[in-house]
Design a binder for this molecule. Structure first.
Ligand code: MYA
Length: 170
């Protein structure tokens, strides 16, 4: 498939009914500046939009991997998929009311992801133990093919700690 550096507005990252934008849950982090979901994200690398699935509160994303995300010829770099999964697992905790940062992330790459693909990302909290959250997630093709999956340990912080970080950006 030929991949061109399409402008973001040419990429359809919408999702079906039963989802709402996740922005309201994630605004606390100044997420407009996110490496992946913010306006500064490279237009030809990755475009990403987060939603909350209303049936179970899971985080769902629609993500496009462009030519700037190349690893194997014509396919996404593993690091680009790991970055998306890092943000997905962390955000699944944030939308559930747990302000976290990543401590550990394990990613398994199951199938090569062709550049130009718009895929679905899903993430949810598998287990919680005090400040320790154990989310899981995956990147899926529309036919259900699993491109990559991840599990991690995320540590809950106080919202004051995040406010202090964000305040330094003002
Ligand atoms: C519209 C929108 C969009 C988008 C959105 C984006 C959202 C983004 C959301 C974010 C997405 C992106 C996410 C990112 O990319 S976040 C960026 C990457 N992560 C970091 O930079 C974190 C760096 N590390 C730290 O700051 C500290 O080490 C933390 C805060 C993690 C812990 O230091 P703290 O002093 O607070 O706690 P503690 O040391 O008492 O540890 C507490 C407990 O945890 C256990 N432990 C700790 N570390 C590890 C480890 N590595 N493996 C195994 N275990 C570990 C530890 O043994 C202890 O256990 P126990 O003794 O109690 O049993």
């Amino acid at each position: 498939m030929a991949v061109t550096s399409s402008l973001p507005q040419d990429i359809d990252l919408s999702i079906g009914p039963g989802h709402r934008p996740a922005d309201e849950h994630l605004a606390h982090l100044k997420l407009g500046r996110s490496f992946l979901a913010g306006p500064h994200a490279g237009e030809d690398i990755i475009r990403l939009r987060w939603y909350v699935r209303e049936s179970d509160g899971a985080l769902v994303g629609r993500v496009w991997f462009g030519p700037g995300a190349q690893g194997p010829p014509g396919h996404a770099h593993g690091g680009s998929m790991a970055a998306v999964l890092d943000e997905a697992l962390g955000s699944s905790c944030w939308v559930a009311g747990h302000p976290v940062v990543a401590a550990e992330l394990t990613t398994s790459f199951r199938a090569m992801l062709p550049l130009g693909t718009v895929a679905t990302v899903e993430a949810w909290i598998e287990k919680a133990d005090g400040r320790k959250l154990y989310p899981k997630g995956h990147i899926l093709a529309d036919d259900g093919t699993v491109y990559a999956e991840a599990s991690g340990l995320f540590i809950e912080m106080t919202s004051e700690a995040f406010d202090a970080l964000a305040d330094r950006l003002e």
